[in-house]
Design a protein around this ligand. Structure first.
Ligand SMILES: NC(=[NH2+])NCCC[C@H](N)C(=O)O
Length: 412
């Protein structure tokens, strides 16, 4: 099949705040029903969400975007469409069957069973997982007899909800990230599959990959065209930021990468849990860290086109993040909206993703309604806030930015 590139919908993102045109979301589905008090920590949820309410909240989020002319793509739809191809189906099943828990007989049986499934059922099994007692093996072998009924043969992926983390668009390239926590590592096998095999993305160039150094999308902030900040902490590793910087610079997609160390802590797992952009020169930032955040600036003298591994990188000493960012962006000052909150309120609202806003355009951002004080301060600073409910969605520790992967934004 040859693809006419011109017929494909446009893609590309150069900043955090250009008018949002197309976004990738994942409507929470049956994978959330897999969460129990015994597995929620391992699966990176802080509670057990009420699933139907989480879906209502998510539908309202999607509707808030659509009503502002944003095209909403759903990961499950793209995955199902992708799995129509035998090649994609084989790859998807092959990588889901790599788990060492399975053993040869069960692996062979399951692979055949999955291959016979219709694309929608297969997509469901890959996302919601498969339990031992859900497989009707006519003569259960050693492994399925020894495993408990409720052991997962394919682990569920409740964090698919946070589409921000599993891919990042930088200009017209898509970065397939590599997720650090075992509970999430399969997610990027699925995003890579979609970007590789779905006809909509047939002309798109991919960077990085699910099997490379850890880089998570929540750590990546497109400060300005060609200037990318990358948080380094619990998720993205030092080697991850170097790997990404090399590819962005080799491809001529970025000229400067700021590596931003963040505390290795659940509350600050990604840079976007403490800092997001709401205008071309303005961020909202968790006040308890605003002064302490630092950055190393990475640039290169090697010309674009130099192979990523051969690029000579120049790295500065760590300096205050706000200075480094402004210098890299070529502006006098990167403004911080001072939410002015007392440390306890700030800590509570940061935990509930108060700083995790999704810009729909300069000075227009989606935020969880529960963070009343942060939102009031944003409005006082002239930011229009689109409030959404997130009492259930937030139990996975992610806000509007985490739950969205922008695919197309206007340039600013
Ligand atoms: N970009 C983000 N801040 N994503 C939040 C991800 C939350 C998810 N439960 C995790 O722990 O991985």
């Amino acid at each position: 099949m040859t693809v006419d590139d011109h017929a494909l919908p446009p893609v590309g993102v150069t900043t955090e705040v250009g008018r949002l045109r197309t976004v990738l979301l994942h409507r929470p589905g049956p994978e959330l029903t897999r969460l129990t008090p015994r597995n929620n920590d391992r699966l990176l949820f802080d509670g057990i969400p009420w699933v139907s309410r989480a879906q209502e909240e998510h539908d309202a989020f999607a509707e808030a975007l659509r009503s502002r002319d944003v095209e909403v793509l759903y990961l499950a739809d793209l995955l199902e469409e992708t799995l129509g191809s035998d090649e994609a189906r084989e790859l998807a099943i092959g990588s889901a069957m790599e788990s060492l828990h399975l053993g040869e007989s069960l692996r062979a049986y399951l692979s055949a069973m999955l291959f016979d499934m219709a694309p929608d059922d297969l997509a469901l099994s890959l996302c919601a997982g498969l339990r031992n007692d859900e497989v009707r093996h006519p003569s259960p072998g050693l492994v399925s007899s020894l495993l408990a009924d409720d052991d997962f043969l394919i682990d569920p992926l409740p964090n698919l909800l946070f589409t921000r983390d599993s891919s990042v668009w930088v200009r017209d390239h898509v970065t397939i990230t590599s997720l650090a926590m075992p509970a999430r590592s399969r997610e990027t096998q699925l995003t890579e599959l979609v970007y590789r095999h779905h006809p909509r993305f047939a002309a798109v160039q991919r960077l990085h990959g699910w099997d490379r150094e850890y880089v998570e999308g929540g750590d990546v902030l497109l400060l300005a065209p060609g200037v990318v900040a990358v948080g380094v902490g619990e998720r993205t590793t030092p080697a991850g930021v170097e790997g990404l910087a090399r590819q962005l610079m080799s491809g001529g997609i970025a000229t400067t990468v700021l590596a931003v160390p963040i505390t290795q802590d659940r509350a600050t797992m990604h840079l976007d849990t403490v800092c997001t952009m709401v205008d071309v020169d303005t961020v909202v930032m968790y006040p308890n860290i605003a002064d302490g955040l630092r950055a190393l600036t990475v640039t290169t003298e090697s010309p674009a086109g130099t192979p990523a591994t051969e690029l000579e990188l120049r790295v500065t000493r760590a300096e205050p993040f706000l200075h480094a960012a402004a210098a890299a962006m070529g502006i006098d000052e990167l403004k911080v909206i001072d939410t002015g909150l007392d440390p306890t309120t700030a800590e509570r609202e940061q935990w509930d993703d108060g700083n995790n806003t999704l810009a729909l355009a300069p000075r227009l951002a989606v935020a969880y309604e529960r963070n009343t004080q942060t939102n009031r301060r944003l409005e006082e600073a002239g930011i229009e806030v689109v409030r959404i409910a997130g009492s259930e969605l937030g139990s996975g520790r992610g806000g509007p930015r985490c739950m969205s992967c922008p695919v197309l934004r206007d340039e600013v």
